[in-house]
Design a protein around this ligand. Structure first.
Ligand SMILES: *Cc1c(COP(=O)(O)O)cnc(C)c1O
Length: 472
């Protein structure tokens, strides 16, 4: 070790000294002694590592370490989940929280955060049912005999399969053995539910006789899965729901339908492509229909189950139901969202998911023109901002082939010296590190910000200013 290095090591203060210093001592009250100690030890060990490799140029060691500790304690005390701007162009982005909740749902879940009547009947003063808060609404909106709810649609499918077909056979068309977002795959879900999968038909075609031939004494269930995230085109055939229901009922078997997203209303009235509704499936004869709460429905994560009363009661009695139950916050938010559907004329204004999906390209274009000069001003001169038309997508496997015309900002480096890297990744990171992170998509050498989901303009402009202050 040379003399210089030795001097630097000996200049490092002790843990005790830092712990008792004027700026860190009071922080023990806010963050706890352990957290402060942790921050100090981390800062010191990073300093030692830097000194060891000769990468330490700090003059005032004490002040520097104090500042490091303060910054890391501040970062630690931030909630882990933060609001972000989803400008990826995928509206219902699973990694970014899917559907944004309407204000009424946010108020409802805040109201339920403390003690609340989640399983308590205020009229009788006795124990109530958790589902009672949403069952009537779901029944009214879908025309089902009964309804229940679990943690997500994957859980709804597992519960239905386990209740209706454990140790017995479930028939599914080969063309419907979907994988959704990696972890949800029909064959795996079937296995974990304890039901035996019987595949019928081929990838592109299934006939009614394929189903009929597969039914035997061990069959418990006929299942249809809405192929929500892909489309099979060309020489294809699938059995209409109505025929499938008749065929199952002729053998006293129920028809289970995993609808995936499922919309409670006809989206065509908002200029969006039609997505099958639970009401349509029930009318066609399905006995149980499951769908997600946080896809096109626009609510919190939940698995909604509607259908025949006797079957829903069996699902509710399955001990698995207890393990998959939703919490009071979800119940509160879901109830509020379902209530919005009772006033469909206000839906487009009050339900953010629908509002964003139905937003017109003209409106987004005007917004892009408005943001263009602001973005230009916020970025260093070596960056060029332009606007271009693009397509947003619905996301979460809903309406996979349909694109929604939109507009975006495109941010690219003007530096000719591309072999040094154009700094695009760093720029994207700078956007992600903003107080309210802005998440875009890198494509064709540019950072693309699809403005479809940009609603809070002042907050967005504030982030751009923060970007400028940070030096881009
Ligand atoms: C999205 C989807 C699921 C999974 O729903 P989650 O609510 O995400 O659990 C299951 N089946 C289909 C057809 C889907 O589209």
């Amino acid at each position: 070790m040379d003399e210089d290095m030795a001097r630097r090591f000996s200049a490092l203060p002790s843990v005790e000294k830092l712990l008792r210093c004027e700026s860190l001592e009071p922080l023990q009250d806010a963050h706890g002694r352990t957290a402060v100690l942790d921050a100090i030890r981390t800062a010191l060990s990073q300093a030692r590592a830097a000194i060891r490799v000769g990468d330490w140029k700090v003059e005032d060691t004490d002040a520097y370490l104090r500042a490091r500790c303060e910054a890391s304690l501040e970062a630690r005390s931030q909630p882990a989940l933060k609001p972000i701007f989803n400008l990826t162009g995928t509206v219902l982005h699973t990694n970014l929280g899917r559907a944004p909740l309407p204000d009424s749902a946010v108020r409802a879940l805040v109201a339920a955060a403390g003690a609340c009547n989640v399983e308590y009947d205020l009229a009788t003063g006795e124990r109530g049912r958790r589902e009672s808060h949403i069952e009537e609404l779901l029944v009214a909106l879908t025309g089902a005999q009964a309804a229940t709810v679990v943690n997500n649609n994957a859980a709804a499918v597992v519960l239905a399969l386990n209740t209706l077909a454990v140790d017995r056979e479930t028939i599914v068309s080969r063309g419907e053995l979907v994988e959704i977002g990696g972890a949800f795959r029909i064959p795996d879900i079937m296995a974990i539910s304890g039901s035996r999968l019987v595949e019928v038909g081929t990838t592109n075609r299934a006939h009614a006789r394929d189903y009929r031939n597969a039914i035997n004494a061990d069959t418990a269930l006929v299942m249809r899965v809405h192929t929500s995230n892909y489309e099979i085109r060309g020489f294809t055939k699938s059995v209409p729901e109505k025929v499938l229901a008749e065929l199952a009922h002729a053998q006293d078997l129920p028809l289970l339908l995993d609808l995936g997203s499922g919309s409670l209303i006809d989206l065509a009235q908002y200029g969006l492509p039609h997505e099958p509704t639970p009401a349509e499936s029930l009318t066609a004869g399905a006995d149980i229909v499951t769908f997600s709460g946080d896809k096109l429905l626009g609510g919190p994560q939940a698995g909604l189950i509607v259908g025949r009363k006797a079957l829903i009661e069996r699902l509710n009695r399955n001990p698995l139901k207890r393990a998959l139950r939703v919490d009071k916050l979800t119940m509160a938010a879901l109830g509020a969202v379902l209530k919005l559907y009772g006033r469909p004329e206000h839906l487009i204004r009050e339900l953010p998911g629908l509002r964003l999906l139905a937003r017109s390209a003209d409106e987004i274009k005007a917004l892009a023109f408005k943001m263009l000069p602001i973005a230009r001003q916020a970025l260093p001169a070596s960056w060029e901002v332009s606007i271009e038309s693009c397509d947003s997508q619905v996301g979460s496997g809903s309406l996979p082939v349909d694109r929604l015309p939109s507009w975006r900002l495109s941010i690219a480096s003007t530096r000719a010296d591309k072999h040094e890297g154009d700094g695009l990744e760093d720029m994207a990171r700078a956007f992600r590190y903003l107080p309210v992170p802005i998440i875009g998509r890198i494509q064709n050498g540019a950072l693309k910000l699809d403005l479809r989901c940009l609603e809070d303009e002042p907050l967005f402009i504030e982030q751009l200013s923060a970007l400028r202050r940070a030096g881009g």
